[in-house]
Design a protein around this ligand. Structure first.
Ligand code: OGA
Ligand code: NI
Length: 350
């Protein structure tokens, strides 16, 4: 029997009542996760200790970042300065949010990707042809005072926990952007300066258990539209990174973050640091929560390769300089795709 679409808006409101996934979640055979072929992360994703980033060993840590950014595009960080209590509160309140009754969660429902606070499902429900086994709350969180009013007020500690977390992660991002600028041989404030007024968004991804995880994705393979992404995940595996032609599972390590390079960093670094394909898979047993912080230029910023990284002999500009809003409109006008959004921003070769 083919199970068809349900009338529920969110996966979490029908997952426990089906033994097969609805047909609009089923991927064609050539586009399935092949979970038995996925490698376990082992040592393949670097773990960088940031404890000494601001001491005499800074150069060494910056060098580790340079290698991680250029060879992997993905790395984990510990001793990052975000307090364990801030992280625990964030995970707890996010879980509480998704465990609320349907009526409370759907209050924030919107299919419009331009809304600055919204609950939705899949990736871009208006554009996705096959749906993804994910619900999410997405919100803008910098400057906090511009958005906090519209954030959910239930659970009652939601705003406070989210503001504390977002502030602390932003401070970490700014330190990372300085160190990454340095690792490219740029002035420390180069990246920060070209991001205009800066923008920070968070997603709270909720992946319910899935009766047929081999047939669908939590999120299909994609590259992030960000400068960098800082991901917090709970203790359930699900994130996978595409490395050396294989999918590698990034298994959770408590109180570490996973950082990945996004498309804007790829442009600024003129392809020295590449945005990496990654995806989220689901499983039959456990719900999974992940909380990415997406760091962006403000929409009025103009993005392009750093002039210092371009010279006429051996390093031509790979990308043209473009208003960030042009990229942003392109990204949200489509479904999530493995093809890079950056092809449209290549410099002309004539
Ligand atoms: C994302 C993402 C991975 C995950 O939200 O862009 O890649 O593990 N999430 O949820
Ligand atoms: Ni992503």
């Amino acid at each position: 029997m083919v199970t068809s679409a349900t009338s529920k808006l969110l996966v979490s409101d029908f997952d426990s009542s089906v033994s097969h996934i609805p047909s609009n979640y089923v991927r064609p055979i050539f586009d399935r996760p092949n979970l038995s072929e996925v490698e376990s992360s082992g040592d393949s994703i670097p773990l960088i200790d940031l404890r000494e980033l601001h001491g005499p060993n800074r150069t060494e840590i910056v060098q580790q970042l340079a290698i991680a950014c250029s060879t992997y595009g993905f790395f984990q960080i510990k001793n990052h300065g975000v307090p364990d209590t801030t992280i625990d509160k964030m995970l707890t309140v996010a879980r509480e949010f998704f465990h609320q009754p349907e009526s409370e969660r759907v209050k924030h429902y919107s299919a419009d990707p331009t809304k600055t606070t919204r609950v939705s499902t899949s990736f871009n429900i208006g554009a996705d042809k096959i749906l993804n086994w994910r619900d999410f709350l997405r919100l803008h969180c910098f400057p906090i005072e511009d958005f906090i009013e519209e954030w959910p007020s239930s659970p009652s500690s939601f705003k406070e926990a989210t503001a504390e977390y977002a502030t602390s992660v932003r401070a970490l991002v700014l330190r990372l952007l300085e160190a990454i600028s340095e690792s490219l041989g740029l002035e420390r404030d180069h990246i920060s300066n070209i991001l205009g007024k800066h923008a920070q968004h968070m997603a709270f991804n909720y992946y319910p258990p899935c009766p047929e995880p081999e047939l669908t994705y939590g999120l299909p393979g994609h590259k992030d539209p960000t400068v960098i992404t800082v991901l917090l995940q709970d203790q359930v595996s699900g994130l996978q990174v595409f490395k050396d032609d294989k999918w590698v599972a990034v298994n959770p390590i408590p109180n570490t973050f996973i950082v990945n390079i996004g498309d804007q960093m790829q442009v600024i670094s003129n392809d020295k640091y590449k945005s990496v394909l990654h995806r989220a898979v689901v499983n039959t047993e456990n719900e999974r929560l992940s909380i990415p912080t997406f760091y962006f230029p403000s929409t009025d910023a103009v993005i392009g390769p750093a002039h210092e990284l371009i010279n006429e002999q051996d390093s031509l500009a790979v990308y043209r300089t473009f208003p960030f809003v042009e990229y942003w409109d392109k990204f949200w006008n489509r479904s999530l795709a493995t093809a890079s959004c950056l092809d449209a921003f290549k410099a002309s070769t004539t």
